[in-house]
Design a protein around this ligand. Sequence first.
Ligand SMILES: Cc1cc2nc3c(=O)[nH]c(=O)nc-3n(C[C@H](O)[C@H](O)[C@H](O)COP(=O)(O)O)c2cc1C
Length: 348
Amino acid sequence: MKSLGLSFPFMIAPMVGISHVAFRELVRSYTPVGLNALRFTEMLSTRKLPSERLHTTRELRVSEGETHFVPQLLGNEEAFIAPSVKKLMQLSPWGFDINMGCPQSHVLRHNWGVRLMGDASYAADVVSMVKRHSPVPVSVKLRGGADKDLDVKYLKDFTHALESAGADWITIHARPRTAKHEGPANWNIVGEIASARKIPVVANGDIQTAQDALTVMREFGCAGAMIARAATARPWIFWQIAEDLGLDVKPPGRESELAPRTPAEEAQEFYRAFLRLIDLVEFYFGEGDGVEEYGLQKLRFFAATASKWFMFGHSFWRLTTKSKTFDEMRERVAHYVATTEQSMIDRV
Ligand SMILES: Cc1cc2nc3c(=O)[nH]c(=O)nc-3n(C[C@H](O)[C@H](O)[C@H](O)COP(=O)(O)O)c2cc1C
């Protein structure tokens, strides 16, 4: 990723309902100063973007002066892609990503997402469309298999078409479509494709720890690592990676500390992070009638995703579902932390 100006090639994946501005800010607060790790937005429909308003649409919100974020686009028609890219450029994104991995039925109906993997020349056309309008790097996030098997030969041809169309880099979620987000990912295949391509190829899928992120690069030859679900449990993962790389950098305000490491340290940090996330969600989404429920839903969904990494995680998630206001959620979390033994596991 050095060719694209990124010396720290680790990133947070797009996740619908999670990769909003408050979560991106939480990750940023744990990212050592100067590392510029990328953070993706959730997928954004280019059919809707042209009529949406940047400052009032919640999914399009960015923080003051936010840099190194990457909006992820869903789409395949230039008439919608061109104005979408133009509008988002007002926010100064670092780059754009094209979603070629989503298997949800409403996405497939429009021939977006993983459907694009069914036709390499069509997918390449979509890359060319975004490239024609984007002054910043354009990537593609795709699946290791459009159906139930991972097919290296097909992936090689497909990624060749994307590279020839001008994609600046590619991320491969190394699971087939039918595996959804479950089970082990095949990092080997990502490495094989990385060695066949000139552009950087980043691994995604089942990267849960700082060591996993380094392994996909050092042992499998990938150009970088993209972390999705584990970043909800471990939003300080960039801090751990930086330490493991021997970099002498710290997150803002944590200059004299080491990253949380033990099961107890990580669990304690998680609840601190969750309380901070409530503040951030309230700050970014807390104004106006009926919006508290919107923010609470985001927090519950985040808790449901992260809780898998915690002993008694299910009871933590349950308390978020019972909380009817931000303040009630804060109180319940504080009580839970004071009365429950805390421990986090490395991998689920
Ligand atoms: C709740 C959730 C929402 C997701 N939304 C998106 C999305 O909008 N765009 C996308 O390309 N992938 C999406 N994904 C897939 C992730 O980006 C990632 O490819 C997948 O979770 C595998 O990585 P992991 O094993 O690190 O979780 C989503 C995954 C989850 C769990």
